[in-house]
Design a protein around this ligand. Sequence first.
Ligand SMILES: N[C@@H](CCC(=O)N[C@@H](CS)C(=O)NCC(=O)O)C(=O)O
Length: 341
Amino acid sequence: MAESTDADGRYVEPGQPYDRDTNYIEDRITRDGRDGWPVEAERYRLIAARACPWANRTIIVRRLLGLEDAISLGLPGPTHDQRSWTFDLDPGGVDPVLGIERLQQAYFTRFSDYPRGITVPAIVDVPTGAVVTNNFPQITLDFETEWSAFHRDGAPDLYPDALRSEIDEVSEIVYHDVNNGVYKAGFAGSQKAYERAFNTLFDRLDWLSERLERQRFLVGDSITEADVRLFTTLARFDAVYHGHFKCNRSKLAEMPVLWAYARDLFQTPGFGDTIDFAQSKAHYYIVHRDINPSGIVPLGPDETVWLTPHGREELGGRPFGDGTPPPPSRESEGVPKLRSA
Ligand SMILES: N[C@@H](CCC(=O)N[C@@H](CS)C(=O)NCC(=O)O)C(=O)O
């Protein structure tokens, strides 16, 4: 499985550091259709559970760019069993467009003996019902560069030519030490592996705090792909990673610069309005039984603190560059109101 469960459904390999399976279905949907999948409106369906930080990136970018009409969105429930994510939130437990109960069916339509994790995000070709790609780092980049004909008026440039190498460089560091770093701490199979991941994670968060002290966004003076990638981990930090993954040197709310940065993004249309804290907590605390055998989901922390003033406007920057914020989410894609603990 992509999150490295073994045949017994264990996420932790005793004695071993956590090793993410990063083999994906790497086909790309492109303007020239070179992999057999041309960009085409209303042909593909993005399957992206709210709970998952990697899937969350795709939901944010789709929304910021206004790709809702071109690419539909299917939302499995927060938990999955060893076989697959399921569409348990949909009427009758069936995805209304694909007509399937389990995402696994779309993987098996593509490869009948697909041997790896049935992961989100995945993009499915609606006419054939087959998964095209689950290569999550490429999906958002392709939304930004290949799908430009379908971007809304005022869509921001999240991957500007002049900043690409810096965005890639920062994203790579953030991926290893932060996005995947929390998993390396949480699924460590030895004390030593845990401590190494913990120290790397918090050293990197300190480094990011320093970087963000005088600049509002990670690269340049507008929101880019790099901010989207960091945000989805920060948004789950206090609710999930601090307790469930033992990332508890400090809470995000105790790291003033990063906390203000995260709130700034959260309060920006397209970010906080994609976050469902209850689903995130349910996913991690219920699915990872080997690190939380009771399956009990914590009630805290208070979610409303995400709406407190952040003061980052003083740093300047233009969140959407020459573009504009996206309109509110369509009703069918809204998330619940924030709750106090
Ligand atoms: N496929 C990517 C990220 C996607 C991913 O791991 N998604 C998780 C949810 S956050 C998932 O779908 N897990 C199901 C599984 O591993 O079977 C990876 O493994 O690096």
